[in-house]
Design a protein around this ligand. Structure first.
Ligand code: FRU
Length: 565
C-alpha cells in the first residue's frame, strides 16, 4: 500500500456495533474512528452528542494504549488504557461531562507496531466502543464486601487524604477508573457517616501535566493559615510524572471539588522515591508538620502556611526493616493505655519486606518535639528488627483520618498486597479497604506496643464474632465445600497465625498461600473476628494482635468451629 494511502484517514462509523448493544446506547453519528499511519487511531466525538459516557472496552491482558484526550487542540487528559484487541472483558466509562458541547478527539497510540491499516481495523475496541447515557455500576461481583469500602468499579490502592468533618468521614483513595489494574491514578472520593455505608462522590483530583495523583493527606485549615479561606480543605499529594514532587490543592466546598494551586509543585528534590506527604497541625510548636517518604528515610518538615516547608530532620537509616521501599508515613501521639504517659508513633509502610511477604506497615514508638523524632529503646529496631501494625498479608498503606472526633486517630489500610494486588480474582472492582481501626499503645514488661482496635462504630452492628480464649486453640471458619480458613493460637509459643491455603481460590499467585504469624505479647483472652465476602480480620485481645487476610472461597465461610490443644 502507498504510504499516502496509509496516511489517508479512514473514517468509519460504528453504527452497527452500537445498534447491537444495550438500550442506553446512543445513536452513532457523533462517534467516528479514523486509523492513521503507524500505531495511531483518532476517535472523533462530535460536539452535538447527547451522551454522558464513552464506553471503553477493556481486555485485561492487552497491552496498554496511550490515549490523549484533545479538546480545541489542547491536551486535556492523558490516559493509559488496556483497550480490547481480541476480547472484551468488561467496559469502563469515560465521563464526558466536562467537555459538554465541545468536540473532543481521542488520539490513541498503541505500543505494538501496526504495519498496516487493516491490522488496526481488526482490533475489537474500535467496533465495540460506544456512547451511552447511563452506566450500570450495580454490583456484579460475588466477592464484593458488604461492609468494607470498595470503589464502585475500577482499581483502588492506598487510602488518601482522609479527614472527618461535621459528622462525615471523607475517604479519598488511589483510584484508576479506566480498568481494574493499577494505572491512571487520581483521587477517588467516598463519604460515610458510620464507617459502614459509603457513598460515592465524583473523583476529587485528576491527573494533570505534572503527572498522576499519588498518595497524600488533607487537613481542614480552620485558621486560614494558607490564605485560601478559613475552613478550606487543603490536600497535599505527590505529583508523579517524570519525577515525583509534592503539590497542593484546596477545596472550598468541604472536600468535594479541589482547585489546584498555581505554584505547584511546592516541594521538590533530587530523589527518585519522594512521596506520600502526610501533614498535621502540631499544637506543641504552633506549626504544621509534614512527614514524607524519601528513599529509605522519612523527612520531617515544618510550615506556617502549608505552602512553604522547611526540612527539619530525617529518620530511619539504621532502624527497622529496609527490605523494600519506604512509603506512606504517618506520625501522631497516643496515650499509653493504663497510664498517664503519651508516646508518638511513626508509621512506615514498606513494600516488600513485610512479615508475611510483600507489603506491610511497620511502626516506631518514640518521642517527637515537632522537629525531630527519636525512637524509644533503639535496640528494638536495630539489625533489621521491626514491629508491625498487622501481621496479616493484606494490610498496607495504613494512614489516619485528620480531625477524627474525640481526639481519635482512626486509621484505614488498603486490604491487599503488591505481591498479587493486580491479580486477585475480582474484575468489576479491585480492591477493598480494611475496617476502620483506632490505634492504641499498650505496655508489656516495660515495652511499648501498638494495637489497633476496631472502631467503636462497629460495636453492636452485628458484624463480628467474639470468642473467649483460654489456652491454645484452633478456630476454623469453613463452608459446605470444605474450604477453610484456620486461625491458630499457640499459647506456649506466643503466636497467633492464619492459614488460608485451603480457603478457596488461591492459585492466582504463588505468594498468596504463605501462613501469616504474629507474636503475642500478652496471653490471649479473646479473639474478635470480622468476616466479609473476601476477607477475614482477626483481632487478638481486641486489637493487641492483628492479622488481616483476603480470602476467595466459593461460598461464604460461615461455619465456625473451635478446637483446643
Ligand atoms: C503505595 C504507593 C505509594 C504511592 C501510590 C501510587 O502503595 O506505592 O507510595 O503514592 O502507591 O499508587
Amino acid at each position: 500500500m502507498e504510504s499516502s494511502d496509509i496516511m489517508k484517514k479512514l473514517f468509519l462509523t460504528i453504527a452497527s456495533a452500537i445498534l447491537m448493544c444495550s438500550a442506553n446506547m446512543l445513536s452513532a453519528q457523533s462517534l467516528e474512528i479514523s486509523h492513521l499511519a503507524g500505531s495511531n487511531t483518532i476517535v472523533h466525538i462530535s460536539a452535538d452528542r447527547q451522551a454522558e459516557y464513552l464506553m471503553l472496552p477493556i481486555e485485561e491482558t492487552a497491552r496498554e494504549t496511550s490515549v490523549k484526550v484533545i479538546c480545541n487542540n489542547d491536551l486535556v487528559r492523558h490516559l493509559n488504557i488496556r483497550l480490547a484487541i481480541n476480547k472484551v472483558d468488561y467496559y469502563v466509562p469515560m465521563i464526558l461531562d466536562e467537555w459538554k458541547g465541545r468536540e473532543i478527539k481521542l488520539l490513541t497510540h498503541s505500543s505494538m507496531d501496526r504495519s498496516t491499516v487493516r491490522d488496526a481495523e481488526n482490533e475489537l475496541c474500535w467496533s465495540k466502543m460506544y456512547l451511552a447515557e447511563s452506566f450500570d455500576s450495580s454490583n456484579k461481583e460475588k466477592f464484593r464486601p458488604e461492609y468494607h469500602h470498595t470503589p464502585a468499579y475500577g482499581w483502588m490502592n492506598d487510602p488518601n487524604g482522609m479527614f472527618w468533618k461535621d459528622g462525615e468521614w471523607h475517604l479519598y483513595y488511589q483510584y484508576g477508573p479506566y480498568g481494574s489494574m493499577w494505572n491512571n491514578l487520581s483521587w477517588g472520593h467516598s463519604v460515610s457517616r458510620d464507617l459502614i455505608h459509603w457513598e460515592f462522590r465524583p473523583d476529587a483530583i485528576k491527573p494533570d501535566a505534572l503527572g498522576y495523583i499519588f498518595s497524600g493527606s488533607c487537613v481542614v485549615d480552620e485558621k486560614n493559615t494558607a490564605g485560601f479561606g478559613a475552613g478550606a480543605v487543603i490536600a497535599i499529594y505527590t505529583s508523579a510524572g517524570e519525577v515525583q514532587a509534592q503539590s497542593l490543592a484546596y477545596s472550598l466546598d468541604g472536600g468535594n471539588t479541589f482547585i489546584k494551586y498555581e505554584g505547584n509543585p511546592i516541594l521538590t528534590s533530587g530523589i527518585v522515591d519522594f512521596r506520600d506527604p502526610n501533614m498535621f497541625w502540631n499544637d506543641e510548636i504552633g506549626k504544621w508538620n509534614l512527614i514524607l517518604a524519601c528513599g529509605q528515610e522519612m523527612r520531617i518538615y515544618t510550615s506556617d502556611n502549608l505552602i512553604e516547608w522547611k526540612e527539619e530532620s530525617r529518620f530511619g537509616l539504621g532502624y527497622g526493616c529496609h527490605d523494600g521501599v519506604w512509603e506512606c508515613p504517618d506520625l501522631f501521639k497516643l496515650p499509653v493505655e493504663g497510664s498517664d504517659e503519651e508516646k508518638w508513633v511513626l508509621f512506615c509502610n514498606i513494600n516488600p519486606g513485610g512479615p508475611a511477604g510483600g507489603s506491610a506497615t511497620q511502626y516506631f514508638i518514640g518521642d517527637f518535639d515537632g522537629y525531630r523524632f527519636k525512637v524509644d529503646d533503639t535496640a528494638r529496631y536495630m539489625d533489621g528488627n521491626a514491629l508491625w501494625q498487622d501481621y496479616g498479608k493484606d494490610h498496607y498503606a495504613a494512614v489516619s483520618f485528620s480531625g477524627a472526633p474525640d481526639g481519635r486517630h482512626t486509621m484505614i489500610a488498603w486490604m491487599s498486597n503488591w505481591d498479587y494486588a493486580n491479580n486477585v480474582p475480582t474484575r468489576q472492582f479491585r480492591s477493598a479497604n480494611t475496617i476502620a481501626r483506632d490505634p492504641f499503645i499498650y505496655k508489656v514488661e516495660g515495652k511499648y506496643y501498638l494495637g489497633s482496635r476496631p472502631a467503636p462504630e462497629y460495636a453492636g452492628a452485628g458484624l463480628d464474632k467474639v470468642l473467649k480464649v483460654n489456652g491454645s486453640c484452633k478456630v476454623t471458619l469453613s463452608n459446605a465445600k470444605g474450604e477453610e480458613f484456620v486461625i491458630a493460637y499457640d499459647q506456649r509459643g506466643k503466636t497467633l497465625s492464619c492459614d488460608r491455603s485451603r480457603s478457596g481460590l488461591t492459585d492466582f499467585s504463588e505468594r498468596f498461600n504463605e501462613i501469616a504469624t504474629a507474636p503475642v505479647h500478652r496471653k490471649l483472652t479473646s479473639l474478635r473476628i470480622f468476616v466479609d465476602k473476601c476477607s477475614v480480620e482477626v483481632f487478638g485481645n481486641d486489637g493487641e494482635v492483628c492479622l488481616t487476610s483476603l480470602v476467595f472461597p466459593s461460598s461464604p465461610l460461615t461455619s465456625f468451629s473451635v478446637t483446643r490443644y
